[in-house]
Write a protein that binds this ligand. Structure first.
Ligand code: UD1
Length: 317
């Protein structure tokens, strides 16, 4: 069993990954500053004697390095991030602090304390608007937002460090992750969480653009499993893989799933497409299957059914 340090442990993906690692018998050292994570996401984990939680900001120099020196983890899963493409467009400086500078601090902590493996929460946003679909790992990388640019720069920074100092880096290029605990509170939240709240409340959703843009939506339980594989599977070389399903869903189709479940809700409103938004995003999952032994198991319909069963469908008649 391994000891894994998880940054962003109280976040959406971080808390599911923490739960998954603990269920597999690993020891997890969690780090979060609760900027976008929530302590309630860790109620299960906090009951485990194999879990500890440290409130700190990974973007502050010295913090992670000190903890890594004390805990000596086998691997670091660096999931702490600014997660919104739109927020990166609105606040590029914060984006570079959280999505690039913090990566540098994590890479340095790994180097100084001899951590053997770093797993990084990268993104499909590194590709930008792909010329051909599905997107493979060797497709051209032309980010169209500060978010995508910082994720790509972070990948390169980590790969350079790994090669120079002899550790392994695994870059997980997440496509559009959805599921329980995704926080709908901000206008920058993921589309599924926003739609879930709006439909539940009987309110119309807003679709930016014509709704024909597509995303490869992947359930968070699958993503958590892929992270555990990247952190613990023996013998992995450094590299980057898509974490995706290989299936595309348009925004109109997504809204259709909700409309069928919730019945009579006002039709979606349309607003202009957002700056930095890619049009089509669909990944090829083959490399993750070969390198990690990972394949997504949950379809969008199944994942949404899980979300619907968590909350009452009842909207007043
Ligand atoms: C998402 C993730 C990002 C990840 C990337 C990988 C979030 C907040 N962002 O970015 O972390 O790296 O996938 O592909 O989870 N939309 C609407 N109406 C809404 C909200 C959104 O139409 O109310 C549209 C957007 O314009 C976009 C699509 O839905 O076309 C998805 O948007 P969003 O959920 O913000 O995710 P991405 O920008 O794809």
């Amino acid at each position: 069993m391994a000891k894994i340090l998880v940054t962003g442990a109280a976040g959406f993906i971080g808390s599911h990954t923490t739960d998954h690692l603990l269920a597999e018998g690993h020891v997890v050292v969690g780090v979060d500053n609760f900027r976008s994570g929530h302590r309630e996401n860790l109620v299960g984990a906090l009951r485990s004697s194999s879990f500890s939680l440290h409130e700190m900001d990974v973007a502050q120099p010295g913090t992670v390095a000190e903890l890594v020196g004390r805990e000596r983890p086998d691997a670091i899963l660096h999931l702490a991030a600014l997660v919104s493409v739109q927020e990166s467009v609105a606040n590029p400086e914060l984006n570079y602090s959280l999505n690039l500078h913090a990566t540098h601090l994590v890479a340095e902590a790994a180097r100084r304390h001899g951590v053997r493996r770093v797993v990084f929460a990268s993104s499909a946003a590194v590709y930008g608007d792909a010329a051909a679909l599905p997107i493979r790992e060797n497709s051209a990388m032309r980010p169209v937002s500060p978010y995508g640019a910082a994720k790509l720069a972070s990948e390169n920074l980590l790969l350079g460090h790994a090669a120079a100092y002899g550790f392994t880096v695994r870059c997980q290029r997440f496509f559009n992750v959805f599921g329980p605990r995704q926080d709908p509170a901000s206008p920058y939240s993921g589309v599924v969480s926003i739609f879930a709240r709006r439909y539940r409340e009987g309110l119309p959703v807003t679709i930016y653009g014509d709704g024909r843009q597509t995303r490869d939506f992947i359930a968070v339980a699958d993503v958590a499993r892929s992270n555990a594989l990247a952190a613990t599977r023996p013998g992995l070389a450094s590299g980057a893989v898509n974490i995706c399903t290989g299936r595309a869903t348009s925004l109109l189709e997504l809204a259709g799933h909700f409309a069928r479940h919730y019945g009579s809700v006002p039709a979606p409103r349309h607003a202009p497409a957002r700056t930095g938004d890619v049009i089509h995003s669909l990944g090829d999952p083959a490399a993750a299957a070969t390198q990690l032994g990972f394949a997504a198991r949950t379809t969008v319909a199944e994942g949404l059914a899980g979300l619907f069963s968590e909350v009452p469908a009842a909207v007043s008649p």
